[in-house]
Design a protein around this ligand. Structure first.
Ligand code: ADP
Ligand code: MG
Length: 243
C-alpha cells in the first residue's frame, strides 16, 4: 500500500538539517504501523512526505501505485488517497462540524451536497459526535474536535490514514476516546501510520513498530520485539525514558 525507498529530506532554513536520511519502508494493506522516536527525529517529516505536505528531495514514495514524488501527480489525488490527522486538529474554525466533514467531499471528491451530508452524518455517528453537527469547532472539547478531524479525513474515503501525535494536545481524560476511534478503524482494516507516544496503543494495535532517531529508521519490529527485546542501544534508551 505504501512503498518508500531511499527517501532524503533536507531543510535549509534556519540552518541545514537532514530531517530524513535514506529512509525506506513498506506498509502492507491493512497494516497498522506505529512510529516512535525522540523529538526532532524526523517522525512528522516522514508522515508529511508521504502525503506531499513536504516534498522529499530524493527517493521514491508510492501509494497504491500512485507516484507521490512525480510532479505530474495531482496533489488532490494524493490528498484523497491519504487522510491526515494532526496534533492540533486543524479544523476550519469558521465552518460547523458538519461543514468541516462535507467541504472536502464536495470540493475535492466532487460529491453532491446531499450525498456528502449523508456520508458526513454517518461518519460523525461513527466517531460518536453527530449531536454536535451544527456546532463550531471552538464549542467542542479537544477530544471531540479530534474525533471530528478523524471523520473529516475519513470522508474522503482514503486508502491510508496518517496520524501525527493525535492525542498529544489533549487533556488526559480525552485521550482514550480518540484512541478508541483509532482502534476501531484499525480493526476495520484501515492502513494506518501513527506517530504516538501512547505505548499502550502500540502494544495493543500495532502490527509493526518503527523507531526513528536522527532522521533514520533505527529499528523495526513487532510490539513484542520492541517491548521485550529491543536490539539497539538507542532504542533501549528511548524506551527506558518513556516507559
Ligand atoms: P519529529 O516529528 O520527530 O519531532 P520533525 O520531523 O518535526 O521531527 O523534525 C525533524 C527535523 O527537521 C528537526 O530538526 C526539525 O527542527 C526539522 N524541521 C522539521 N520541519 C522543518 C521545517 N519546515 N523547516 C525547517 N526545519 C524543519
Ligand atoms: Mg513531530
Amino acid at each position: 500500500m505504501i512503498d518508500i525507498q531511499n527517501v532524503y529530506k533536507t531543510f535549509f532554513v534556519p540552518h541545514e538539517i537532514q530531517a530524513l536520511h535514506d529512509v525506506s519502508y513498506h506498509v502492507d494493506s491493512g497494516e497498522v504501523v506505529v512510529v516512535i522516536g525522540p523529538s526532532g527525529s524526523g517522525k512528522s517529516t516522514f508522515l508529511r512526505c508521504i502525503n506531499r505536505l513536504e516534498h522529499a528531495n530524493s527517493g521514491h514514495i508510492m501509494i497504491d501505485g500512485v507516484d507521490v514524488l512525480d510532479p505530474k501527480t495531482d496533489i488532490n489525488k494524493i490528498r484523497m488517497e491519504v487522510g491526515m490527522v494532526f496534533q492540533s486538529f486543524n479544523l476550519f474554525p469558521h465552518l460547523t462540524v458538519l461543514e468541516n466533514v462535507t467541504v472536502g467531499q464536495t470540493s475535492v471528491r466532487g460529491r453532491g451536497k446531499k450525498e456528502a451530508k449523508e456520508n458526513a452524518m454517518n461518519l460523525l455517528n461513527k466517531v460518536g459526535i453527530h449531536a454536535k453537527a451544527d456546532n463550531f469547532p471552538a464549542q467542542l472539547s479537544g477530544g471531540q474536535q479530534q474525533r471530528v478531524a478523524i471523520a473529516r479525513a475519513l470522508a474522503m474515503d482514503p486508502k491510508v490514514m496518517l496520524f501525527d501525535e493525535p492525542t498529544s494536545a489533549l487533556d488526559p481524560e480525552m485521550v482514550g476516546e480518540v484512541l478508541e476511534v483509532m482502534k476501531t478503524l484499525a480493526k476495520e482494516g484501515m492502513t494506518m501510520v501513527v506517530v504516538t507516544h501512547e505505548m499502550g496503543f502500540a502494544r495493543e494495535v500495532a502490527d509493526q513498530v518503527v523507531f526513528m532517531d536522527e532522521g533514520k529508521i533505527v529499528e523495526v519490529g513487532t510490539p513484542e520485539h520492541f517491548f521485550m527485546n529491543p536490539q539497539h542501544d538507542r532504542t533501549k534508551l528511548f524506551l527506558s525514558q518513556i516507559l
